[in-house]
Design a protein around this ligand. Sequence first.
Ligand code: ADP
Ligand code: MG
Length: 348
Amino acid sequence: MTSPTISQIGEISLIDDIRKQFSQKFRDVTVGIGDDAAVIKPREKYLLVTTDMMVEGVHFDLRFITAYQLGFKLISVNVSDIYAMGGTPHHVLLNIALHKNTPAEFIHMLMNGVKDAMTLYHAVLVGGDLSSTQDGISLSATLIGYAGKYILRSGAHVGDRIYVTGSLGDSACGLHVLKKMKRTVSLNKKNARGNTHSFCEKLGAMHGGPARSGLSWKIVEPLVRRHLMPEARNPQKFIRDATAMIDISDGLLIDLTRLCNESRTGAKIYEEKIPVSIEMKKAAACLGTDPLALAMTGGEDYELLFTAKQGKRVRATCIGEITESQRVIVNASGKERPLSVGGYRHFQ
Ligand code: ADP
Ligand code: MG
């Protein structure tokens, strides 16, 4: 039997299901889903509010991402913006626009992904809206967070060190892999299921030989996971020392440029210091792509880029320093070139 469509189920019953699934009570939510507006009793000094949209064909492609992964990712990308301000996520509003013939199963899986992400971030759904579209899916989440103290993009000073969390380029490399695989993969909480043997063999053949040694699902899985189900980076470990911060959503070079523009500074970064994962290096070699280019210009890693005063012991990777006005990249042999987003064209 095929799943009924959302128009067969109807808006009221869909909202009822969502309300049941997200009925958990939180102390500061006086009124949640069900009334005309949510009522929240704020607990901290500052409320942080952010919103992000994901539109089919622009931000995602259903040939590569499942409804569950999409729901999870939608929450993560919004949480990442709250973390980038030094806040903690709390309340979510969710807007969903789908074609009326969409199977109800799609929305159920989407909401499961939303739910698992919200559990991870200790956030609660307090409302939203449903609508139909002529064509394509459109999703948007609004996140409300709290902060005792917030951190802006504009707080960097000359001499501050520049840091990044985690490793960069994994998500872009994961997307590359998915485009070769031309299908969705299922990722569960601990292990992933998926067989990329045929994909790896094909790639190996493309590059003039049998599958390159070592490119197993174990290598590919963390990369596609980072693309499909990114986890936003919590800044608690270094928040006290951060002078300016931004999340890396569009790529290191673009987001560093944004931070420098807001801070009215320059920057010097060292290619050698940019953290890349072993998995990404191996997969990039197999794909015939430059790992450094992926790390500098690939987006959607949702790591944090921040600055801190020199001399602090910071638990992240230092990749350079803030300068007065010039923005440069230093390569492994010490040669400098201008740091311009368009100036790095190995990977497009
Ligand atoms: P209204 O027409 O007054 O906006 P709705 O019928 O759209 O009310 O929504 C009823 C309740 O269900 C509201 O509390 C709303 O926030 C909530 N709601 C609607 N759609 C969603 C959704 N996609 N996710 C979470 N809550 C939702
Ligand atoms: Mg409404």
